[in-house]
Structures are given as structure tokens and as C-alpha cells.
Design a binder for this molecule. Structure first.
Ligand SMILES: *[C@@H]1O[C@H](CO)[C@@H](O)[C@H](O)[C@H]1NC(C)=O
Ligand SMILES: *[C@@H]1O[C@H](CO)[C@@H](O)[C@H](O)[C@H]1NC(C)=O
Ligand SMILES: *[C@@H]1O[C@H](CO)[C@@H](O)[C@H](O)[C@H]1NC(C)=O
Length: 535
């Protein structure tokens, strides 16, 4: 076993060296041409210039001006250089399918990034950052492999990441940190699973008692917090989609408003079994008002209303619901149909497109055309959904809370990036592939909060980011590994606690004090000596 492992590592090391002969870009661009000239870069005389007056692009440029040069004190002998950023339009509307394409041309004396939109320019800035190489021995920056020409655009328009802040509350500032990492990886949707059976942490001015189900009085996202998150995400070209998972997973809603829930004392032992009462106009009135309020802070066209894992037994245990079903000659699927129909009406008045999990489709509910369906459980359901004419988001096998996503066994802990990498949204989909508009990684948070988030999510999600952005043919884990390995080191130097996937050396500056390596209260030198008895 040991000799096989050693052989593998030797092989990987050789590949790493070979791969070191080309620019290291993650996700791999659609088209990359490069030469063998290296251009020296003087960080003190490097400018990013643009004629664009976009505020968003201005923020992104300022951000990348810092990210291009992470190590201080590098040699400053090279001539001045300017990256010229050209955008065809300053329009800042961010929506599904917005043009994210860009072109980079890097020659000895001229560096150009051009894009149709400010969002394409943001993607290009990230790629350009990865073209800049730092040599820690010479303490010098350069752009190797010029002349470079990159023409790039995403494979899928929806490259999402689901953040569950209901199983564990994530402080607003940590959500911003998550957005940094998502932006670096060219994800473009933050699907925010805000509430669930165990907590309701979103401030509502209409229904203030909902946050009685917050974990702690300050563990709440205020409207101001949400607006900050949405605005910050927009500076990365990331859309924020809220999820209010109904009618199941709603135990927390009943803490402040018990009349919302079906009465099912036997099922109530497990809070996950509780469900909204579908028989009362009160329920729909409540949802109408709450969602109207939420659309003032969540501007995106899409609104996720969950719909997964409704425990019908809870409805069946409530005599008033059974009576209502009898009066209407409803079976359980009819009830779910009725609920979803009311929801369609509500979302229609709010000018929102429904996004939901796949369960109602499987239960036989007639789904309104135009609904976007997110599939969590199997590829065969993806096939049925796209064949039924619905647009689909694939999350199957991208559950980051699973140690063993495809029932494969690996030797290294969480070496599941290979499974995520292999999970193409088109896998086993033989017809209507075009209805798949992307996918989402899902970080369900039963065992994750801000202290272990980064290490659970990265570097594994780099594999998903590449799967969603790069061409389908970019699927060889052997050639991807050294690229991802170099990129995870870069993420680390940017403060994302993204660890390595194999033995190597990730250079970090001596004073690097990333999130997980900083001592809370470093010992002064004299105390160290004293403790060691070396006075
Ligand atoms: C909120 O709960 C309190 C009791 O904690 C109650 O007095 C108040 O009427 C409730 N408010 C609403 C709007 O339901
Ligand atoms: C409804 O939403 C669409 C897509 O977001 C938008 O283009 C349109 O202006 C909205 N209509 C109204 C009346 O707000
Ligand atoms: C795809 O189909 C093949 C056989 O046709 C099967 O072995 C494989 O497990 C399927 N993959 C997934 C992810 O369902």
C-alpha cells in the first residue's frame, strides 16, 4: 500500500512540474493561449485603469488592486504597467444570464481586459489575478507565459452555493467572508437557506414575533444586514436568492405564531415534522405579507420556497385539516397542489419566479410552467424534470455535508473533491440537457458554523466551481489536481482557510495571520524565554 501511495505522489509531483509550464487558472477558461516570455511586474507602479464609471466595477477594481500583490516589500525595479479594463456597458443590472464573458490580452507592454458588462470584467479581474506570479526567493512579481490570450465565458448561467444559516447562525460578517470566497471561485448565486424547523433568524417588521425562534436575541439578520449582504454580493456579480422553506420545515414559525402550524402532537416530537396549516386563509395571508416585506430586501427575480420533505402525517393528524380535506374531496396530493397553487398566486403578485426543491414534482403536483426546480436526490429525477419541460438546477451529489457523496471510499479524509469533480450536471441525462441551467453546492449546516465552515467547504468546492464554469471536457482529475492545489494555496493567502490536497509547500508570508493560524494573544518574547527557562 505504502509503495503505491509513494508512487502516486511521485506521479503527482511530476505532473505538477509539467503543469507548472502553463498559467494556472481555476476554473479553467474556455480558451487559453500562451507563450514563454515573462514580464516583470513592479507592484508599486502597477495600475488598473478604466473609463467605466460603474460603482460596482470601481469596488471590484479597488479590491483586486489589493489582491494582485499579496506579499509586501517586493522588488520595484520593473517598468510601470497598466491593466486597461474596458467594458461595453456600465449597466449594473444583475440577473440570471447576464453576460459574464471577458477577454484578456497580455503582451509585454500592454495588458487589456475587455468585457461586455461590469460582471464580465469582475470575472476577468479574478483570472488576471491568477496570471500574476510571485517568486518568494527573489521577492519579485511577474506575469509568466506571455503573450497570453484568454477568451472566456461560463458553461452554466446559474452557479450557485447554498448557505444554511438556520442549522447554525452565521454572523453577517462571516456571510461576507463566504461571499469573498464564492466570488473568487466565480460562483454567481448565493442561495441563502435562511430559516428552517430549528430557527427563524430573519427580522420581520410585519411579523416581529417570528424571531422569537432565533437562537439568541442578537442572532438575527436585520433588514440592514440583508441589504449589506446583497450589495456586497453584487460587487462580485453574485445574486442572492432567499429560501423560505414551506410548508414543511416550519416548526420555528410556530414559536411566535402557533396558529400557522397544523396541530399534530404525535408528530411534534420531531420538530422537522411540523408543517404549515394549508387549510386556513390566515396562512396564505401571512405568507403574502411576509414575502411582500422580504421582496423589499431581496431584489432578485427568483424566490425559493423550498417544498421539500413535507410530512403529510402531520396534516393527517389535525382533525380540522382532515375535515377541510373531506369537505373539498382532497387527497394529500390535492392538498399539496392547493398549497403550491396559492403560493404561485402570491409570488405572481410579487413578480417573483418560484424556485423549489423537486419533492412536489415527484409527489405528482402539477407544477406551474416557468417554475425552476432544484434537484437534490437523484439523476433520474433530473431526467424526468427536464423531460417535463422544466428548467433545472442540479445539486445531486454536491452535498458538502456528506463525507461520502457517491458512496466511494477514499483514503484521505474528505478527499471527496474527486467525487464532486466527477459529478457533471449532464451525467446520465440523455435528453433535454439544455433545460439544465446550472447547479448548486449545498452546505447543510448541522455540523458546521463559522469556525469549521471554510475547511469543510474548501478546497472541495473548487471542484464544483470548475465543473460549473469550465467546458464539460475539462474533467480530468489528474491534470486538475495540481492546478487546484496551487489555487487552494492562493485562497489561503487571501484569508480563506482552504487546505491542501496533497503533500507540497504553500508559501505564505512570515506574518501571515489568516483566520485559523492567528494566536489569540501571542506571547511576548520575554515571556517565551521565561517559560522556557532561558532567562
Ligand atoms: C408577540 O408576542 C407577545 C408575547 O410575547 C405578545 O404580547 C404580542 O402580542 C405578540 N405580537 C404579535 C404581533 O403577535
Ligand atoms: C418583474 O420582474 C421582471 C424581472 O425581474 C422585471 O423585468 C419587471 O420590470 C418586473 N415588473 C414589475 C412590474 O416590477
Ligand atoms: C450513470 O449510469 C451508469 C450506467 O449507465 C451508472 O453506472 C452510474 O452509476 C450512473 N451515475 C449516476 C451518477 O447515477
Amino acid at each position: 500500500m505504502k509503495s503505491i501511495t509513494l508512487f502516486l505522489f511521485a506521479l503527482i509531483a511530476i505532473i505538477a512540474i509539467v503543469n507548472g509550464q502553463s498559467p494556472n487558472i481555476v476554473p479553467l477558461p474556455q480558451s487559453l493561449n500562451y507563450g514563454s516570455t515573462s514580464v516583470s511586474v513592479n507592484p508599486a507602479a502597477f495600475k488598473i485603469a478604466t473609463t467605466s464609471s460603474s460603482t460596482l466595477l470601481g469596488v471590484a477594481i479597488k479590491r483586486y488592486q489589493g489582491l494582485f500583490f499579496l506579499f509586501d516589500g517586493a522588488v520595484q525595479t520593473a517598468p510601470a504597467l497598466t491593466l486597461n479594463v474596458q467594458v461595453a456597458s456600465d449597466n449594473e443590472d444583475l440577473y440570471l444570464g447576464v453576460d459574464e464573458s471577458y477577454t484578456i490580452v497580455a503582451n509585454t507592454g500592454s495588458l487589456t481586459l475587455s468585457a461586455n458588462t461590469v460582471f464580465g470584467a469582475m470575472r476577468g479581474l479574478e483570472t488576471f489575478a491568477q496570471l500574476i506570479s510571485y517568486d518568494p526567493i527573489g521577492n519579485a512579481y511577474s506575469i509568466p507565459y506571455t503573450p497570453i490570450k484568454i477568451v472566456d465565458s461560463p458553461r452554466f448561467p446559474w452557479r450557485g452555493f447554498m448557505v444554511d444559516s438556520a442549522r447554525h447562525f452565521l454572523p453577517k460578517n462571516f456571510i461576507l467572508h463566504i461571499i469573498d470566497a464564492l466570488g473568487f471561485n466565480k460562483f454567481n448565486v448565493l442561495h441563502w437557506h435562511l430559516v428552517d424547523a430549528v430557527s427563524f433568524s430573519v427580522q420581520s417588521t410585519t411579523y416581529p414575533n417570528l424571531t422569537k425562534a432565533a437562537y439568541f436575541p442578537t442572532a438575527i439578520y436585520t433588514h440592514d444586514d440583508i441589504e449589506e449582504v446583497v450589495a456586497y454580493a453584487k460587487t462580485y456579480g453574485i445574486r442572492v436568492i432567499p429560501e423560505f422553506d414551506i410548508p414543511g420545515h416550519t416548526g420555528s414559525w410556530g414559536v411566535g405564531y402557533p396558529e400557522l402550524l397544523a396541530s399534530c402532537p404525535n408528530y411534534a416530537a420531531n420538530v422537522n415534522n411540523l408543517a404549515l396549516n394549508p387549510s386556513l386563509p390566515y396562512t396564505y395571508n401571512f405568507l403574502q405579507n411576509l414575502f411582500a416585506e422580504m421582496t423589499t430586501v431581496f431584489p432578485d427575480e427568483y424566490f425559493h420556497v423550498g417544498g421539500d420533505e413535507v410530512v403529510f402525517g402531520c396534516w393527517q393528524e389535525d382533525p380540522s385539516i382532515v375535515q377541510w380535506m373531506n369537505n373539498n374531496n382532497f387527497n394529500l396530493v390535492d392538498v399539496e397542489q392547493y398549497f403550491e397553487d396559492q403560493l404561485d398566486t402570491i409570488l405572481g403578485t410579487l413578480n417573483r419566479t418560484k424556485l423549489m426543491w423537486n419533492d412536489p414534482f415527484q409527489n405528482g403536483v402539477n407544477i406551474k410552467p416557468g417554475t425552476l426546480i432544484q434537484i437534490w436526490d437523484s439523476y433520474s429525477i433530473v431526467q424526468q424534470i427536464v423531460d417535463a419541460g422544466f428548467k433545472a438546477l442540479v445539486s445531486t451529489t454536491w452535498y458538502l455535508d456528506k463525507q461520502d457523496p457517491a458512496n466511494n471510499i477514499h483514503y484521505e479524509w474528505q478527499d471527496t473533491w474527486r467525487d464532486f469533480y466527477a459529478a457533471d450536471p449532464y451525467n446520465n441525462i440523455t435528453t433535454n440537457q439544455d433545460n439544465i441551467i446550472g447547479g448548486e453546492a449545498c452546505m447543510w449546516a448541522e455540523q458546521v458554523h463559522q469556525l469549521n465552515w471554510d475547511v469543510r467547504v474548501w478546497p472541495r468546492s473548487i471542484a464544483i466551481a470548475e465543473r460549473l464554469w469550465s467546458d464539460q471536457s475539462v474533467n480530468n482529475p489528474v491534470t486538475a489536481l495540481p492546478r487546484i492545489e496551487q489555487y487552494t494555496c492562493l485562497l489561503g493567502n487571501r484569508g480563506v482557510a482552504s487546505g491542501p490536497l496533497m503533500p507540497d509547500f504553500c508559501y505564505m508570508s512570515n506574518d501571515f495571520s489568516g483566520p485559523l493560524v492567528k494566536a489569540i494573544d501571542p506571547l511576548p518574547k520575554h515571556l517565551i524565554k521565561k517559560i522556557l527557562g532561558k532567562n
